[in-house]
Design a protein around this ligand. Structure first.
Ligand code: GLC
Length: 555
């Protein structure tokens, strides 16, 4: 039997801030909806999809980067932070999107990428032209190489996506010259945050978008920015590449980064004080320990930081319980709330992670993904839904090599196929590709091919079928918003069989998840309020989650 840890029982006594329990929908713009017929989603497409998202019941959207970019890492290589790439629209279209979202009461978060820019950013071009020792190079990490003629990189660091973290430039006179640091691809040079010009530039960028009405920012690689000032060799240079996590202690998580988040928080507070609209900073923070994670969400730093552990968790009650309890304990006392994530644009989708691949997916993986969704929606804190998750999309695992665009595939000599399969454009309607994704009809081709079985997941079918993933998410979000039991507070674990997690929220909202395959007695008698699969009275079938309202005193 699982014991009930005596944790998280106390409600946090804080004023209500919208972000604390917000549900944010991640829009991967190039794969959401294409309004121009070029096969690539765009901002006008996002605007057209807003009523759909409003109906789903999310509080806000996070837009993946849409700035001008050569797209070596799908926009995470920004060439101009204050504009829109023509492929996605323009600033006027952006303004229309923000206005439409505001009318619907949907918040808009942008993705800001401060650790690195594109090698086509004007600063990097100037740095290449200006040469060693110049002020233009001081905005990046340029250094002379080691060994005879500087042939060896300045240190042994490796890039996250594979290969050395340094590339050598050819100087103006045609000779091999200095090296520059890039923790991702060579087309993403790291900025030198010890240079005050860099911080000043990003303050300008923040204000530019805040002045255009956005509600906050998702911050890319938020434990990055500063590097160890001496750029020394790493004792385990392959660690980042091996783990796909930012674990090089010399390249990430330097103490100075916290000053940046304090400053950005102050900027957000300044805007809120002016117009009463609270802005949100949510960081992509990958750090080795929960204690360090908590430092990023101290009351004067980021409002939230993604809690990614469920993304890597096996389908196992014990593993889930440890992660949930740990997250809540670590975050308690910081003033923040846990920010749950089951899917995003960098990871294999849950339906496939939990058991299925490639085809329509109405089996085990889907059942588990539905149960996980109900679990996430019942947890205290906020939740992020990645587009297509509400349709129960499985990963597209069999994309041909020649259509893959993820730089990880290229940089690992075609060994790692990781991030394309979750980025395939959404199916909206109909029985054949492009499934209403693109406005062009005959011959219009989405930028990644959609498999035939996407038809089973198209939004028109999902909306028409009350047993669909979509209805589960919609109903769950409605209850979550409406029931007082979901208001602020922690959770209390209930005793349950080893393959089951069961907990109570507030005054008697019970959520139970059966991670096993066989049925178990339900923790509460009566028909569930909502269940991820068919549920007879008194029984919780395998791979199923359900919610009940019960008299909390009886539990
Ligand atoms: C983040 C993004 C990822 C991107 C990387 C580099 O991890 O989520 O998609 O490739 O940063 O910017």
């Amino acid at each position: 039997m699982l014991t009930a840890p005596a944790d998280n029982g106390l409600p946090l006594r804080v004023a209500h801030h919208w972000w604390r329990d917000a549900v944010i929908y991640q829009v991967y713009v190039r794969s959401f909806l294409d309004s121009t017929g070029d096969g690539i989603g765009d901002l006008a497409g996002v605007r057209a999809g807003l009523p759909y998202l409003k109906k789903l019941g999310v509080d806000g959207i996070w837009l993946s980067p849409f700035y001008p970019s050569p797209q070596h890492d799908h926009g995470y290589d920004v060439a101009d932070y204050c504009d829109v790439d023509p492929v996605f629209g323009d600033l006027a279209e952006f303004d229309l999107l923000v206005a439409a979202a505001r009318r619907l009461g949907v918040k808009v978060l942008l993705d800001i990428v401060p650790n690195h820019c594109s090698s086509e950013h004007v600063w990097f071009r100037e740095a290449l032209a200006a040469g060693p020792g110049s002020a233009a190079r001081a905005r990046f990490h340029f250094a002379d190489g080691r060994g005879p003629d500087g042939e060896e990189p300045p240190n042994n660091w490796r890039a996250m996506f594979g290969g050395p973290a340094w590339s050598r430039v050819v100087e103006e006179d045609g000779t091999p010259g200095q090296w520059y640091l890039h923790m991702f691809t060579p087309e993403q040079p790291d900025l030198n945050w010890r240079n005050p010009e860099v911080g000043a530039h990003f303050e300008h960028v923040l204000r530019f978008w805040l002045d255009r009405g956005v509600d906050g920012f998702r911050i890319d690689v938020a434990a990055g920015l500063f590097k160890h000032p001496a750029l020394p060799d790493s004792p385990d240079p392959e660690a980042d590449e091996r783990t796909r996590d930012s674990v090089n202690p010399l390249a990430w998580n330097q103490p100075e980064v916290h000053d940046v988040w304090r400053h950005w928080r102050a900027i957000c507070e300044e805007y809120a004080a002016k117009d009463g609209r609270e802005r949100l900073l949510v960081g992509e923070v990958s750090v080795p320990t929960p204690r360090e994670h908590a430092l990023y969400v101290r009351p004067d730093e980021l409002h939230q930081a993604f809690f990614f552990d469920l993304l890597g968790a096996p389908w196992d009650a014990d593993a889930f319980q440890k992660i949930i309890s740990g997250a809540m304990q670590d975050i308690a006392g910081t003033g923040s709330t846990v920010t749950w994530v089951l899917n995003n644009h960098d990871q294999v989708r849950t339906v496939t992670r939990y058991g299925e691949s490639g085809t329509g997916g109405s089996g085990l993986g889907s059942a588990r993904a539905r149960a996980a969704a109900l679990l996430m929606m019942a947890l205290p804190g906020s939740a992020y839904i990645y587009q297509g998750e509400e349709l129960g999309l499985p990963e597209v695992v069999d994309l041909p090599d020649d259509v893959l665009t993820d730089p990880i595939f290229r940089r690992t000599g075609s060994r790692k196929r990781i991030r394309d399969g979750c980025r395939v454009p959404l199916p909206w309607s109909g029985h054949a590709s492009p499934f209403g994704f693109t406005s062009g009809t005959e011959g219009a081709r989405p930028w990644l091919p959609q498999p035939e079985w996407f038809a089973e997941h198209a939004t028109d079918r999902a909306l028409a079928d009350t047993r669909s993933f979509w209805h589960l998410y919609r109903d769950g979000l409605q209850l979550r918003r409406g029931l007082p039991q979901f208001a602020e507070g922690g959770l209390r674990w209930l005793e349950s069989p080893p393959e089951v997690l069961a907990f109570v929220r507030g005054d008697g909202l019970v959520c139970a998840v059966n991670f096993g395959t066989g049925p178990v007695p339900a923790p509460v008698a009566g028909t569930p309020l909502l269940a991820s699969g068919p549920c007879a009275d008194g029984v919780l079938p395998g791979s199923t989650a359900a919610w009940w309202i019960s008299d909390s005193a009886a539990l």
